[in-house]
Ligand binder design. Structure first.
Ligand code: GUN
Length: 297
């Protein structure tokens, strides 16, 4: 039986519609629109594309977008001064500093400068601790998007399922593991030093691949009926006559027809990240205004 294709693009579009529908009620109650500030340092082309799409999606959802594009040599101190200014700005509910920062910046110090109440990436020590303790807080966008897709396929209760996460990054692997533990899964974090990787992946009911290595996970590694979430976005070298190579994930999608469901690349996890960023911004806005969290998001 062919695997179900998990349509993250459609799921994200529906989430964005629910967010856009919830924004006017906030704006009425608070007397202002929710606001998201995105800070980009330098001119990495991929980051520029992401930042532009975040800005567009923010405005399309009826929120205010504040874009700060800084020269690569602006310096740590000026960047932190801008973050302090955004922390103080009543109209800003969410602050996202696009990562990675150019060489020479101390990312840890920059993230630590963000007000945890506006930390829509869920990266500050306070939000990391809240996630670890399973307390309310702001959660990193990509892992939260993956959880939404998993719940959509597997239902509310993930108790007792074996989950293997490949990758231990702060943005994806680590928070993903915490979210799955909080959902009562049995969680293994695999990484570049893991031994017997194939064997470990083969026992998983849930596989989350976030290693950034094109089609590393072969179909033969996946057990029948697994649900596979592919966070990787890798561009292959162009074939002769092509200008650009194909985008592929960390999983060999074509080989995975025996699994229960799998996210494609592109069109799987990718579109979820921005949708969850908007969700987190709206949630942060409600909490800052002393309003109950919006429902159904
Ligand atoms: N770079 C790639 N993904 C992300 C993300 O989710 N947040 C931030 N801040 N930077 C990123």
């Amino acid at each position: 039986m062919a695997a179900e294709r998990i349509d993250g693009k459609a799921f994200a579009a529906a989430l964005r519609e629910r967010i856009a529908a919830a924004v006017p009620a906030f704006s009425r109650e608070a007397g202002r629109k929710p606001g998201l500030a995105v800070v980009l340092v330098g001119n990495d082309p991929a980051s520029e594309v992401y930042v532009r799409s975040k800005g567009k999606a923010t405005v399309a959802a009826g929120m205010k977008s504040f874009e700060h594009k800084l020269d690569a040599d602006i310096g740590q101190e000026s960047l932190i001064a801008l973050i302090h200014q955004l922390n103080e700005d009543e109209g800003v509910d969410g602050i996202l500093v696009q990562l990675p920062l150019p060489d020479g910046y101390d990312e840890g110090e920059v993230v630590a400068a963000i007000d945890p109440a506006k930390d829509v990436d869920g990266l500050t020590a306070e939000n990391v601790a809240r996630l670890a303790n399973n307390e309310p807080g702001l959660r990193p966008c990509t892992p939260w998007g993956c959880m939404m897709l998993l719940h959509d396929r597997l239902g509310d209760d993930l108790s007792g399922l074996d989950a293997v996460i490949m990758g231990r990054s702060q943005l994806v692997g680590r928070p993903m593991a915490q979210l799955l533990v909080n959902a009562n899964c049995t969680v293994t974090i695999a990484h570049s030093r893991t031994r017997n990787l194939e064997e470990i992946v083969r026992r998983a009911d849930i596989v989350v691949a976030a290693v950034g290595r094109p089609e590393m996970v072969r179909g033969s590694w996946l057990k029948d009926g697994a649900v596979v979430v592919d966070v990787g976005i890798n561009r292959l070298d162009p074939e002769p006559g092509q200008e650009r190579g194909r985008l592929v994930g960390d999983v060999a999608y074509e080989e995975a027809d025996h699994v229960k469901a799998i996210t494609p690349v592109p069109g799987g996890v990718g579109p979820m990240t921005i949708a969850v960023l908007l969700r987190n911004t709206l949630v942060a806005a409600h909490r800052r205004a002393g309003l109950p969290d919006p429902e159904g998001l």
